[in-house]
Design a protein around this ligand. Structure first.
Ligand SMILES: NC(=O)C1=CN([C@@H]2O[C@H](COP(=O)(O)OP(=O)(O)OC[C@H]3O[C@@H](n4cnc5c(N)ncnc54)[C@H](OP(=O)(O)O)[C@@H]3O)[C@@H](O)[C@H]2O)C=CC1
Ligand SMILES: O=C(O)C1=N[C@H](C(=O)O)C[C@H](O)C1
Length: 268
């Protein structure tokens, strides 16, 4: 099996470090390049040192040089960084795994457009368990399609910058689609003051931020006399990183196209 050469963007971040560790432990992968933005204090440092295992790959801001030696770029950064990396991947014909969340509609369109030329896996949550939950939610929503109020509750660490999480939004989209609702018309993001009674078709989102919570998501179906909760809790970032490497391998069989983890896991 030929090793996949990965470049990792945001390599000194929480996910960047976990990805370096995951690549180092994967016999089918090699760390070809580690990227950071121009003003990062980590430029020039050995990427492996960030996870206690020096590997000779220096952290760089030279995107073109990094992509010249990579088959796949894995990006868990910020939307503005990802969009810059997307354009470079397009130039270099390098596949791209996008884990970053919080894109505008315009950003999402740019990703769709680039995927006409290169393979892109774009998913708000790369963990296998969360993707299993996505399927369970579709089934639950179709069964509990009347008389159940739906609320999505998510909790993350204090450093997270976007809300609700990309995963919570995807959960809302999936449930709304299963019920034939348009999320943009029925979503409510937090409540305060005299809100009035809850409309039956509303899908509510609640966000908790604190400490080092890796990522918890619950979808609550609250009926009369019973309630159903479907919950996923992350205790580590490694499942996200392993999912990203799986996505990278998946794309080695594709010339172009936009995929998500449901495609990678064969769940469509
Ligand atoms: N899809 C999934 O499975 C998952 C998605 N995520 C998402 O991944 C993203 C990153 O999360 P996390 O690792 O916790 O965040 P961190 O802040 O820990 O890491 C982000 C990294 O990207 C760098 N960065 C920031 N802005 C830019 C830019 N414009 N260009 C290039 N690099 C940049 C940061 O550098 P600096 O620190 O110097 O600013 C940092 O090294 C978030 O959007 C999060 O929601 C997270 C986990 C799982
Ligand atoms: O920022 C995080 O940490 C996470 N972000 C993703 C999201 O927004 O859904 C995935 C996971 O929940 C961790």
């Amino acid at each position: 099996m030929e090793k996949i050469r990965y470049a990792i963007a945001g390599s000194s971040g929480r996910m960047g470090r976990t990805l370096i560790e995951a690549v180092q432990q994967d016999a089918g992968a090699v760390l070809a390049a580690a990227l950071e933005h121009e003003s990062s204090p980590f430029l020039g440092k050995d990427a492996g040192e960030l996870v206690g295992a020096p590997c000779g790959v220096r952290i760089t801001a030279d995107l073109d040089a990094a992509l010249a030696v990579a088959d796949c770029l894995i990006d868990f950064t910020r939307p503005e960084g990802t969009l810059e990396h997307l354009a470079a991947c397009r130039r270099h014909k390098v596949s791209l795994v996008i884990g970053t969340t919080g894109f505008s509609a315009q950003g999402k369109r740019a990703i769709e457009e680039a995927a006409r030329e290169i393979p892109v896996v774009f998913a708000p949550n790369m963990a296998v368990g969360v993707n299993a939950v996505f399927r369970l939610l579709d089934v639950a929503a179709r069964i509990l399609n009347e008389g159940y109020d739906i609320e999505v509750i998510e909790a993350h660490h204090r450093h997270k910058v976007d809300a609700p999480s990309g995963t919570a939004l995807r959960m809302g989209e999936l449930v709304a689609a299963a019920l034939g609702r348009d999320l943009s018309e029925c979503a409510v993001y937090g409540r305060e003051g005299h809100t009035g009674e809850r409309p039956a078709t509303q899908i509510g989102f609640s966000t908790i931020r604190g400490g080092d919570i890796v990522g918890d998501h619950t979808v609550l179906f609250a009926g009369a006399g019973e309630r159903i909760e479907i919950t996923h809790k992350s205790a580590s970032r490694m499942p996200y990183a392993l999912g990203a490497l799986r996505a990278g391998r998946f794309m080695s069989g594709h010339e172009r196209g936009l995929f998500d983890m449901q495609d990678v896991l064969g769940l469509r």
